[in-house]
Design a protein around this ligand. Structure first.
Ligand code: BDR
Ligand code: CA
Length: 310
């Protein structure tokens, strides 16, 4: 058995997904088994193509499994206005010659959880559709996952897609409901934590300039989103999936976390897709979420720099 921790990433690349994947590709303590691909930031055709391309750029040869093209129940709008129409900044990159693996993402999750029972680190960087489907196929799945880390939610109702909701959860709230009910414990990196862990655009640009081929590609595909972000959020750049990946790969960097019951609002005139955290433990429900409140910023930035070769 490898001493490295087996790692499976479900992702919808996506500009911040790409940075998180580069972090995982280079990590010596984890063995990346596969990528399972969700629709979310943009449609599934683009997210699969982007995952394959990023693997090529980084010289990584792992299976890429396409998942569900739509949310479980209701249609949802993508985030092309943030990530570009193709999800990678519309640079017109030359597509990978590689194809996705024929096995569906949900089946790959079920299979790999069995093969690495008790040890698998599962990191969810997009809507939770594929994992919800895997749970319906294999209800015992949670007992086989070593750690589940989810990027999603807005734990005090300060969302990024509607007033109280965050994109990954709001894109497929029914899937989030299935996942959060099934797992007795999961770790959550929410949008509000992301806002507390930005880095300066000028620092990020300096890292890009010092980096290698990964940085060159990343600089190109992220240019559109960085410009959009600067106009909207000022001098700090926020990479949600990168923060979640930092917490997944180096959990010792978590400086403060809170355990609380967390559920998803499925209806609500103003709040569909909101993550409702029972901060005062009024419901008597178990503390299913370990919510990351504070992560060592220097450690986070060091992981991002390493991922870019800077
Ligand atoms: C999350 O939504 C997506 O747009 C990003 O890739 C990230 O996973 C942030 O809310
Ligand atoms: Ca994502």
């Amino acid at each position: 058995m490898s001493a490295r921790i087996p790692l499976l990433i479900d992702t919808d690349p996506g500009v911040d997904d790409a940075l998180a994947l580069l972090m995982a590709f280079g990590d010596p303590r984890h063995e990346l088994l596969a990528l399972t691909i969700a629709a979310g930031n943009v449609g599934l055709g683009h997210t699969v193509a982007n995952a394959l391309k990023l693997c090529d750029v980084a010289g990584v040869d792992v299976p890429v499994h396409a998942g569900c093209p739509v949310p479980l129940v209701h249609p949802a709008a993508d985030a092309a206005y943030v990530h570009g129409q193709d999800g990678f900044g519309d640079t017109g990159y030359v597509p990978s010659a590689r194809q996705a693996d024929p096995e569906h993402a949900a089946l790959a999750i079920v299979r790999l959880a069995k093969a690495h029972a008790g040890r698998l680190l599962l990191v969810m960087l997009g809507p939770l559709t594929n994992l919800a489907l895997a749970l319906r196929l294999d209800p015992d799945l949670p007992s086989r996952i070593g750690r589940l880390v989810v990027m999603g939610g807005a734990v005090t109702g300060q969302g990024n897609t509607s007033v109280p909701a965050e994109f990954n959860i709001a894109f497929d709230p029914e899937a989030a409901e299935v996942v959060f009910r099934a797992f007795p414990q999961f770790e959550l990196v929410d949008w509000e934590a992301v806002v507390r862990h930005g880095f300066l655009h000028r620092d990020f640009e300096a890292w890009l300039a010092r980096g290698d081929a990964r940085a060159e590609f990343y600089g190109a595909i992220s240019a559109h989103t960085r410009r959009w972000s600067e106009g909207k959020r000022g001098d700090h750049w926020h990479s949600a999936d990168a923060l979640a990946m930092a917490a997944a790969l180096q959990p010792e960097g978590v400086r403060r976390a809170e355990h609380r019951p967390l559920a998803v609002e499925l209806e609500g005139r103003l709040s569909r897709g909101a993550t409702v955290v029972d901060w005062l433990r009024r419901s008597g429900r178990p503390d299913n979420a370990r919510i990351v409140m504070d992560y060592d910023q220097a450690r986070f930035e060091a992981q991002v720099r390493a991922a870019l070769g800077a």
